[in-house]
Design a protein around this ligand. Sequence first.
Ligand code: TRP
Length: 347
Amino acid sequence: MTSTMADSVSTTPVNQRPRVLSGIQPTADSFQIGNYLGAIRRWVELQETHDAFYCVVDQHAITVDYDPQILRHRTLLSFAQLIAAGLDPHRATIFVQSHVPEHSQLSWVLQCLTGFGEAGRMTQFKDKSAKEGAERSTVGLFTYPILQAADILIYQANGVPVGEDQRQHLELTRDLAQRFNSRFGETFVVPEALIVADTAKILDLADPTAKMSKSSPSGCLFLLEDERVLTKKIKTAVTDSGRDIVFDREAKPGVSNLLSLIAAFTERTPEQVATDLQGRGYGDLKAAAIDAVLSFTSPFAAAVADLMADPAELTRLMDLGARRAREAAAPTLAAVYDRVGFVGLPD
Ligand code: TRP
């Protein structure tokens, strides 16, 4: 890692582990299997080796049309899913973005360092505003990547585990950190993008040449979906002609996708799974896939249900995360306010 901790801002983690931060939007009733295999599972690993900060970015979720009641529910559900997936609230700092006002406060300062054209070049903004219609798009959607930069920089994060689609936002974050540092003096760690290589790469079950996505519900598995629905989706997954179980994405995309799915949940390679299923039929392959998926999702869904049934415990955990996050964020914000020329008051 090439980033260095700025010496004049004392936010060096006490435990000296490099710090990571990532965020997930509470925009669905359940994480998809891809969110778990691609991102969250990596987050769980990182809490062992890093000082890890993970947040549910509810403020990002209001940049497009939404319903307040649904947002509230999904924020709690997302938080509960992070815990159920294995993030440990005592080892990692797990929190809700709107509980930490320092993100928005830093965001304003960073907005004043961002060029209008620079923000306008963000491809996610261009895509989403094209979808919403240019006139109906909010200014919040436009400044979304700057709030994301603040999420990261306020904690002096060294690394940011994200998918390939977030690379441009990470570049902007790095540019803003460097710009601030050269204009006002060394203040921010310039974070590295830790692009999560989507090794598992599970494709659409109904069309194993397309990415799994919620826009094609029959081919997309959600972690909190009813077991019968998950079972049915796997049972009706597209397979290929022939009857051999071999891992060959070109010749056998459907079979290979199911092998990858099993492999991802059983700590094997798809080739090993294929060898283990040698001489068996597609029915057995699907049965093994159903087993592999449900052996994770059933206890996961039960853990989420337990947490959702205990709002006091959820609140306690969110509060713990928010306190820790605010404590880590405060020195950075104080240094920033001072350097940009805001008049301070005694404590
Ligand atoms: N924009 C990210 C996404 O859509 C979510 C996000 C918000 C995020 N703030 C972040 C990711 C900070 C990493 C770090 O996936």
